[in-house]
Design a protein around this ligand. Structure first.
Ligand code: PNS
Length: 161
């Protein structure tokens, strides 16, 4: 059987321990997971695409099944180009679900071979989001419970600059 590849897309601005949890669980199901940075031309992220890619490489390094990539077009086009037919998304709340169910339907409409699976956030990680981590870091709070060490260090450098 060919190696089944899944794609775990996101903005990852920045990557959090919630993302780590989803990646680890996805790797229990799929031997290879492409962690794909989606670059939005109109959004103003805290970290540039290059910075986020470098951070993704660092946080994904401990996982042999994880491969880091990026795309600035349609997710399904990128999924097709890497041979992935499963999109993995984490779900934290009903609000997430309302957004995600539409995205999954649109993606399947454009690329019928693709399917989306949702991994529900673990209860203790449910409130962790990239925006929360940015906000806490801006106010000098300890974010080591919410983001991996390379992200905490990068946030400190960024916010000091
Ligand atoms: O972490 P995010 O911001 O929720 O990630 C969103 C992302 C990057 C997965 C989504 O915006 C995306 O897939 N963008 C690429 C453009 C695209 O394919 N849009 C159609 C989806 S309906």
């Amino acid at each position: 059987m060919d190696e089944v590849t899944a794609i775990y897309p996101g903005s990852f601005d920045p990557w959090t321990l919630g993302h780590t949890d989803v990646l680890e669980r996805a790797l229990r199901v799929f031997p290879k997971v492409v962690v794909a940075l989606g670059v939005h031309p109109t959004r103003q992220p805290l970290f540039s695409a290059d910075e986020r890619l470098e951070l993704l490489r660092q946080v994904c390094a401990p996982y042999p099944g994880a491969v880091v990539g990026s795309f600035d077009g349609l997710l399904v086009d990128y999924a097709r180009s890497v041979g992935a037919t499963t999109i993995v998304r984490g779900l934290r709340s009903g609000t997430d679900f309302d957004y995600e169910i539409n995205m999954a339907a649109a993606n399947a409409d454009i690329y019928p071979e693709v399917d989306t699976i949702f991994l529900p956030a673990r209860a203790e990680k449910q409130f962790i989001s990239a925006s929360l981590v940015r906000e806490l870091a801006r106010h000098g709070a300890d974010i080591s419970k919410y983001a991996p060490a390379p992200i905490c260090a990068a946030l400190q450098r960024k916010l000091r600059a």
